[in-house]
Design a protein around this ligand. Structure first.
Ligand code: HEM
Length: 120
């Protein structure tokens, strides 16, 4: 039971991250407010919530402290990526370049913190 649940949660979290990343890409690729809002609402927000939800569930199942550095750093980095997408995506005539850069850097940082968690 334990191992199957672990694999199911890892797989679910992988899909949630894919949803979040697809949402970021779709948001920053759009220019019309209506399209940006749709990507934020249908992809970015659910992807983010599911990633955090499955992430917390995994941390509890595997026995990681929620205050482990890799988790705290990733919570912060993914939250900033979300803010960048919300800033660009939820209003007309917002600049794109810097929010996009911030989102890309924060996503790369999130992967780094997760993969190199034992070194942090
Ligand atoms: C955009 C945000 C995130 C990305 C891109 C991401 C990515 C990853 C990746 C690639 C791994 C596998 C690393 C490996 O096995 O080498 C992983 C594992 C893990 N992640 Fe995340 N993650 C994110 C958010 C979170 C959050 C918010 C939490 C907790 C609240 C979390 C908790 C965990 C835990 C506990 C593991 C280890 C699971 C295990 O040992 O099987 N992740 N993450």
């Amino acid at each position: 039971m334990g191992v199957e649940l672990l694999f199911a949660l890892r797989f679910a979290k992988f899909l949630a991250i894919a949803l979040f990343l697809a949402g970021l890409a779709a948001t920053f690729a759009s220019e019309r407010l209506e399209a940006k809002r749709r990507s934020v609402g249908l992809l970015v927000a659910p992807g983010f919530l599911l990633t955090w939800g499955f992430g917390f569930a995994l941390a509890m199942l595997v026995g990681h402290s929620l205050f482990a550095p890799f988790i705290l750093y990733t919570l912060l980095a993914s939250f900033v990526a979300l803010q960048a997408a919300l800033f660009y995506g939820l209003a007309e005539d917002r600049p794109r370049r810097n929010p996009l850069r911030i989102a890309v850097l924060c996503v790369i940082a999130s992967f780094y913190f997760m993969v190199y968690r034992h070194a942090l």
